[in-house]
Design a protein around this ligand. Structure first.
Ligand SMILES: NC(=O)c1ccc[n+]([C@@H]2O[C@H](COP(=O)([O-])OP(=O)(O)OC[C@H]3O[C@@H](n4cnc5c(N)ncnc54)[C@H](O)[C@@H]3O)[C@@H](O)[C@H]2O)c1
Length: 388
């Protein structure tokens, strides 16, 4: 893992490392933040690895609808396997429940965890419809527990620097915000899990599953989306209901325009790229590296950013292999979440943020299905076409 490329936004080391800002009682509490994972598949291993490296976090429990999967995960990670979700939720050592089930199976365990008074971390997408996202957000609000949506890319150093430059107004008037996720997934990938590539459980294809990280980045950088036009197709895979190729044009509320391309049909799978431009600057980030960083008014840090963040991180970010990702972003986000529990402040990426990327993607789908431009906010979830 290349943790050097990641920074904890604004609060370096407050949870992991220098905890002098906490009193003794708080320190003891930090040490005791217990996590329980629901869904012991591919991504749960990244959560386990991340938690292992966070001082003040302990993985105490896990649950999977298949008892054998929970047992295997528990044995590998030294935690208690539960074969009943309610029993895990009754465990007083579990403070946070992390949902790592298939995307369309996030809502039920997330709502149950909130009702049990547990803080909730949900893997992306928060859920696959706005109605289901809202059920999670409402349950967490009602039960006064914190909610985060996993979006590790926001914690990359290059993306953090870019966001700061935007907030300082260094781009002048933002004119263009584009993001390209031209990835490759084999047919075996879709065949490997019954839920992959289905509307019911994946909630979509290249946009909802793969490009959602960059959709999240784009609205974080550019602001609210006003209108979208989308076109999607299933061009390179069989036995999937969802799109493996999509293009969309975007108009942001600030007037800027943009493009979001999302595929799992482009061999060999390219590094994802985001390009932000305005009347006085352009930044291009490929995966976690700065490719271009140029402003009309150069400042003292610009050259440092160009040299230090242009180093190849070597992280392919899952361009062709879904498990070839770093857990550094997960680690920083979980640290941020622990801090939000301790301080009561909003997590860096909360439930409302998680809902936003789902809404933009659903708008792209609606436009693609109707052939019409779609304006945000969406009044309701679009009707998913019946599987052929
Ligand atoms: N942040 C990232 O970079 C990233 C990467 C990959 C996957 N994900 C997300 O993580 C989630 C899981 O993906 P994955 O690749 O690990 O899938 P997976 O199929 O490998 O694992 C899912 C696990 O959940 C279990 N499960 C299914 N339904 C359940 C239920 N109702 N209750 C309890 N357990 C249940 C399955 O038995 C399986 O063990 C998805 O939402 C996906 O979008 C995020």
């Amino acid at each position: 893992m290349n943790s050097a490329i990641y920074v904890f936004p604004f609060t370096a080391n407050e949870v992991d490392g220098d905890d002098s800002f906490l009193n003794e009682i708080q320190k003891a509490t930090v040490m005791a933040t217990g996590f329980g994972i629901v869904g012991c598949g591919m991504i749960s291993n990244f959560h386990a690895k991340a938690l292992e490296e966070i001082r003040g976090a302990t993985l105490v429990a896990c649950y999977d609808r298949f008892a054998a999967s929970a047992d295997k995960f528990a044995e590998a990670n030294g935690c208690t396997a539960y074969h009943d979700l309610d029993e895990m939720l009754a465990d007083p050592e579990v403070d946070v429940v992390t949902i790592c089930t298939p995307s369309g199976a996030h809502m039920d365990p997330a709502v149950a965890a909130a009702k049990a008074g547990k803080h909730v971390v949900v893997e992306k997408p928060l859920e696959i419809t706005l109605k289901r996202c809202d059920a999670i957000i409402d349950a967490c609000k009602k039960n006064k527990v914190q909610l985060a949506t996993i979006m590790p890319s926001r914690f990359g150093a290059a993306n953090q620097e870019l966001k700061k430059a935007i907030d300082k107004g260094r781009f002048g008037k933002l004119t263009l915000g584009d993001t390209y996720v031209k990835w490759w997934r084999t047919q075996e990938y879709y065949d490997s899990g019954g839920w992959r590539g289905t509307w019911e459980m994946d909630g979509g294809g290249a946009y909802m599953n793969q490009a959602i990280h960059n959709v999240d980045l784009l609205f974080w950088f550019m602001g609210e989306v006003a209108d979208v036009n989308g076109m999607t197709g299933t061009l390179a895979h069989k036995r999937i209901e969802v799109e493996d190729t999509g293009v969309a044009t975007i108009r942001f509320k600030n007037g800027a325009l943009g493009v979001i391309e999302a595929t799992t049909s482009v061999f060999p799978g390219l590094l994802k790229k985001t390009e932000i431009s305005g009347t006085s600057g352009t930044v291009i980030i490929e995966q976690d590296d700065v490719l271009h960083w140029e402003f009309a008014k150069e400042n003292a840090r610009d050259e440092k950013i160009r040299t230090e963040l242009a180093k190849k991180s070597g992280n392919t970010g899952g361009a062709s292999d879904p498990s070839a990702i770093s857990y550094a972003g997960h680690m920083e986000q979980l640290k941020d979440f622990i801090k939000s529990i301790k301080t009561g402040k909003k997590p860096f990426v909360d439930g409302n943020d998680g809902r936003k990327s789902v809404e933009i993607i659903l708008a792209i789908y609606q436009s693609s299905w109707t052939g019409k431009q779609v304006s945000l906010p969406l009044k309701r979830d679009p009707k998913i076409p019946k599987a052929k």
